[in-house]
Each structure stands twice: as C-alpha cells, then as structure tokens.
Design a protein around this ligand. Structure first.
Ligand code: SF4
Ligand code: SF4
Length: 486
C-alpha cells in the first residue's frame, strides 16, 4: 500500500517520464534501481533508448514512437517495450508523484519481542552502548534480572498484540543474556506452549558474549532450534583489545573453546558472529578470515561501533575509509563466490542483497516500535532493546499498563520516512529510511534526526551491493533464489 502525494508539475499529462531511479552499470549492462518500488530493472537495446530519450525530456507516446521508428525500430516492438516499462513502473505518464509507504495504522501487529533478561554483564567492553560514556539507560531502581512473571507477561503481550500474525519471534538479550539462563529456559517452554495453544509458531534467538556457554546450554539451544549471535571481534589480539572482563583481562581464551563446542553441538539453526569495529579494531579481512577459518562461522557481520564522534573508540575519517575499502574487497569476493555457486559468509552483503531481491521499500529504518518491542527487567516496554530503561522511546509496561498505543503511534508518526524531509530526495531511502534511532539520539540528541553524517557511505555501500546483485543476476541468477521470501 502506498500514500500518494501529488507535487507541482510542468509536464503535460500525456507525456511519459522516467521514474525516480538510480542508474548503475555492472557486468557490461545498465540497470535501474527504481526508488518508488524498490525494484531492479535491467536496461538493454530498445528499453535503454526509451529511457535515455525520456531522461532528456518527457515525450508523448507519438513523439517516442516517431523518434524510435526513425532509429529503425518496428512500431509493435516499441509499443510492447513501452507497455512493459509502464507495467514495471520504469516510466510513467500523467502527473508526477512522490510516493512514500504509508504510516501503518494503530493495529499494526507486533512480531518480535526482545527480552533484556538482565542488565548485568560479566564483561566490560570499552565501547558498550549499555555501559560506556554513551549509555542512555539508567538501571537504578530496576531489577538486575528479569523474573519469570515479567517474562511471561512480556510473552503474553507479544501474543496479544500480534493480531493476525501466525509466526512470532522472541529474542533473548542482555547485559549478558546467559547470566539469566534459567529465565530463558522457562520462557522458551512458556512461549512454545502458548504458541501451540494459539495455533501459531514461535522462533527464538539469543545474543551472547559466549563466556558462559556450557554443553548443557548448547544442547538446549540445539533442541529448541534457537538461532545464536555471538559477539566476537576477531583473533585473540584484536578481540582482547576491547572485549575484556571487569579485571581488564581479555575474554578470547575463555570464549574460543566454548564457541567451538557450540558450533559442534548445535546444528539446528544458524550461529553467526557479530563483530563490532572500533578505532583499535579495524582489520576486517583478518577478522573475517579468522572467524570463518578458525571457528567455521557461516555468517559474519560487521558493524562499526555506534558512538559519539568524540569518543576515542569511534572510527573517524580516513580510518573509516580503510574499513570501507576492506568491506568492498570482501563484497567483490562474495560476488565471485556467488557467480561460481559457492558460499561466502559476509552477511553485510547477503543481508543487503536480500532486501534488494525482495524489493523492500521501507517506511521505517527498522522494526523498532513497529513489529518489534524491547522489554526491560522491570517489564517496561521500549521501541527496541537499546532504548530499554532510557528516558526516550518508552511505550508502557507489560504488567501494568500494557503496550501504550498512544506512545507507540506518536513514535511511529515521528519516524516515518514521510516525516524525514532530509531523506525525501535520496535514492537510497527505500533501504535506509534515515538510519538507526539510537545512533541518532547519541549523535544528535533526537531519535528522529536522520543520520546525515553517514549518507555518502550508505549510498556508496548500496550502490556496490546493487552492482553485485545485478552481476550475479546476469551470470548466475539461480544463486539469488535463496533470497526468495523465507
Ligand atoms: S539518512 Fe542519508 S542515506 Fe539514509 S535515506 Fe536519509 S538522506 Fe538517504
Ligand atoms: S533503533 Fe537502532 S538499535 Fe534499535 S532496532 Fe532499530 S536499528 Fe536496531
């Protein structure tokens, strides 16, 4: 569903004009990324000529046909190609429109809750958004650990607010999640029983620093097909620069054997590595090789630390350019593997390509407050796990008020792409939609401010992924079938 907003025009309504787009070339061909629909369209021969004519100026069907006939094209060929381009919204006629996805109505169902099972952590990573200088949460007066009754109320809220959704998701998060493993075990049983009774399915995932993994926990994760994300920053030297115990001792030696044990015993769902890059840890290639070769991770995702630019661990200027160069190298390597039908584990590329393949056009940057809610140890509800126990993006409490729909609607109204004028002319908005609200709050003091300091890098990254996607589509289209919806 789309909201349509007419804009002033000098076009004659009978003219054809090109859709808002990003033109890119790859593998010797031209492609369009169509902004209103989020689709990719390959140009060649006649369609390329039609598009380039309309880029110069809007033309009527007669004018187009006459010009293309002069160039030697048969009229039935011109008619068919133009109609196809209209059907795919590559060109349009009539009054030009700006199109944004609609604001979902108040009953938009929740699909996922993130339970912050504890606000305690046995590590003291230098960059942690929960404990470092950029922290916005206050755990004063909050329980250190979530109780069974709060977790059950949170799961009840998920089921109550999920309306017609048949498939739900519970993510376990911390602090360090496994400090409260008994709660996780209890919650999985409770949610699975509830799902059976309601005729729904529920899936689970866990984020952990891996320090507390045991065989018993690994077997439980495997039995319940729980997806796992392990926070790890590379080999011992790199990892131990930031990911340390409160004593200052590095955690690599503790987690390495545990991760290997987990990867051996748990094969029923994905186990991915999540790397936080910071000023002192920027060796993307080296980290990727270590995590895939030493451990056998089949998914490695990188995220530069979310931090105010004044922080010492923030990656600035040319250092960030070096990170981007390494991302690019790995991305092209991904393309090479894909063309040969091989597997590559750089999830930054596969995640973006999947969104392109599915034609995602985002009204919101992410699911925060939309299909996703974070719940803290006291039962307080926030837009996502990063806002739990903070002064912003609060939306009720699972045991007292329930989900505060008014607060949620206000949040959604403020963060919709239509309410972000800075992004309205940006071709990458269907995939970016303004950037993480938590990052905005840290950098600009407002969740609704677009992350404009990142735009060039975001556009560069999406352009790169589009080129990779287009080339794979031409040389090994079968590879892309893995990204078909679920
Ligand atoms: S934040 Fe920047 S890159 Fe993202 S949609 Fe807005 S203008 Fe585009
Ligand atoms: S606001 Fe940021 S941290 Fe929260 S879910 Fe969205 S992208 Fe993730």
């Amino acid at each position: 569903m789309t909201a349509v907003e007419p804009v002033a025009t000098a076009f004659h309504p009978a003219d054809y004009w090109p859709a808002e787009h990003h033109l890119f070339e790859t593998g010797g061909r031209q492609f369009l990324y169509l902004v209103p629909s989020g689709a990719v369209f390959g140009l060649s021969g006649l369609s390329q000529e039609i598009f380039s004519l309309l880029l110069s100026c809007p033309l009527s069907r007669n004018e187009l046909t006459e010009e293309l006939a002069r160039r030697g094209y048969a009229s039935h060929e011109i008619e068919t190609t133009l109609d196809e381009m209209v059907d795919f919204d590559v060109v349009s006629s009539g009054v030009p429109k700006k199109i944004f996805p609609t604001v979902p109505d108040q009953t938009f169902p929740i699909q996922r809750i993130v339970l912050n099972t504890t606000n305690q952590c046995n590590l003291a990573c230098g960059y942690c958004y929960e404990y470092s200088e950029d922290k916005i949460a206050s755990t004063k007066d909050k329980p250190k650990f979530m109780s069974d009754s709060i977790a059950r109320a949170a799961i009840d809220t998920l089921f109550k607010e999920s309306a017609g959704r048949s498939s739900l998701h519970v993510t376990f998060f911390g602090g360090e999640t496994l400090l409260n493993f008994p709660l996780m075990r209890e919650s999985v049983e409770y949610a699975a029983t509830k799902a059976r009774e309601a005729g729904k399915t529920v899936e689970f995932s866990l984020t952990t620093n891996a320090t507390l993994l045991t065989e018993e926990i690994a077997d439980f994760l495997a039995e319940h097909r729980i997806g796992v994300t392990v926070s790890i920053d590379g080999d011992k030297e790199l990892h131990d620069r930031m990911r340390v115990f409160h004593s200052g001792k590095g955690s690599y030696d503790i987690i390495a054997p545990r991760i290997k044990m987990l990867l051996t015993r748990h094969r029923t769902n994905s186990i991915g590595a999540r790397v936080t890059l910071s000023n002192g840890v920027r060796e993307v290639r080296r980290i990727y090789d270590h995590l895939t070769q030493e451990f056998g991770f089949e998914g490695v995702g990188f995220a530069p630390v979310t931090a105010n630019p004044d922080r010492l661990y923030h990656i600035n200027g040319t250092k960030m350019d070096q990170v981007v160069d390494q991302f690019e190298e790995l991305a092209w390597e991904y393309r090479d593997y894909a063309i040969k039908g091989g597997r590559h584990y750089f999830t930054n590329v596969s995640d973006t390509i999947k969104e392109v393949h599915l034609g995602i056009s985002k009204a919101y940057t992410c699911g925060a407050g939309l299909g996703l809610l974070g719940v803290g140890t006291s039962g307080d509800i926030a837009a996502c796990h990063r806002f739990v126990d903070s002064p912003v993006a609060q939306m009720g409490n699972v045991t007292t008020s329930g989900l505060n729909h008014e607060a949620r609607n206000e949040f959604l109204g403020k963060h919709h792409i239509g309410a972000r004028p800075d992004c309205h002319t940006c071709w990458v908005r269907p995939l970016c939609a303004g950037g993480c609200y938590h990052e905005s709050y840290i950098n600009h003091g407002q969740t609704e401010a677009s992350n404009l300091n990142q735009c060039d890098r975001i556009r560069g990254w999406i352009d790169l992924c589009l080129r990779i996607y287009g080339e794979i589509g031409v040389k090994n289209p079968k590879f892309l079938e893995r990204f078909d919806e679920n």
